[in-house]
Design a protein around this ligand. Structure first.
Ligand code: SF4
Ligand code: SF4
Length: 249
């Protein structure tokens, strides 16, 4: 929060704190409040490969006295990165909010004209949490896009992307924000892992004969999210142009 300069403070009795603007308030509201909603290791499935220990940006998983992984629930930031990468699928979340988001993929893949829609996976925080966005893209679906918001793109798994195609999506766009770069996001490494998961989904699609270019990963600054539909369509056009150029070489 911005504080009034001390030099100015001594000249009056005004409040020294400037309040949050709406975007700052939304950012602050997404802080983990220790609700213990995060990752939990499924003992019967875990093979102690230590992948979660290596991936977690916050050092939450540790090896306990008995030599097995302990994902310390009181330390977990609920970012979701370990869940999508555990090779044994031995991590679940205590809260069901990822399943809730995933359950919307099928309807999002259905376009208004009966054809497959462009499914857009986005974050649910920051500019994506603004009431105008919710009204237009989620409640009214006043758009050709089928938008599915996840509590941060770090929780989007390659399987969610493949599920969208299974449900008939024309293409999938995963859209992150640029808050991580400018320090407005409490999570780390989300863009890095988001891109990796898109690449993994592309690989699988290619293997089954679906053009991998039908999945796009992009990030948008706050200002672009205000004009979301145009920004997503531009990202699609750029990818199509790049694919056409590559095909000609
Ligand atoms: S990544 Fe999964 S299987 Fe590997 S140690 Fe962690 S919980 Fe166990
Ligand atoms: S959910 Fe995030 S913070 Fe929690 S253990 Fe997994 S990677 Fe670490």
């Amino acid at each position: 929060m911005v504080l009034i300069d001390p030099v100015v403070r001594v000249t009056n009795f005004e409040h020294i704190e400037n309040c949050f603007n709406r975007r700052q308030a939304l950012t602050e509201a997404k802080r983990c409040l220790g609700c213990l909603a995060g990752a939990s290791r499924i003992e019967e499935l875990c093979v102690n490969c230590l992948t979660c220990l290596r991936v977690c940006p916050y050092g939450v998983p540790v090896i306990d006295d008995e030599g097995v992984i302990n994902i310390r629930k009181e330390q977990c930031q609920a970012c979701g990165l370990c869940m999508g990468i555990c090779p044994a699928m031995a991590i679940e979340f205590r809260s069901d909010y990822i399943e809730q988001a995933a359950s919307r993929v099928e309807s999002a893949a259905q376009g208004k004209d009966g054809k497959g829609a462009v499914v857009v996976f986005s974050c649910a925080y920051g500019a994506y949490a603004q009431p105008e966005f919710t009204q237009k893209y989620i409640l009214d679906r006043d758009t050709d896009l089928g938008v599915v918001r996840f509590p941060c793109v770090s929780k989007i798994d390659s399987l969610h992307i493949l599920k969208a195609f299974e449900a008939g999506a024309e293409r999938v766009v995963v859209v992150g924000c640029e808050d991580e770069e400018n320090g407005d996001c409490p999570f780390h490494d989300t863009i890095f892992w988001g891109e990796r998961r898109v690449q993994r989904a592309r690989k699988v699609l290619e293997e089954v004969g679906i053009a991998p270019e039908r999945v796009i990963f992009t990030t948008l600054p706050q200002a672009e999210i205000e004009d979301f539909e145009r920004a997503v369509k531009e990202a699609i056009e750029k990818t199509e142009e790049a694919s056409a150029a590559a095909a000609q070489e």
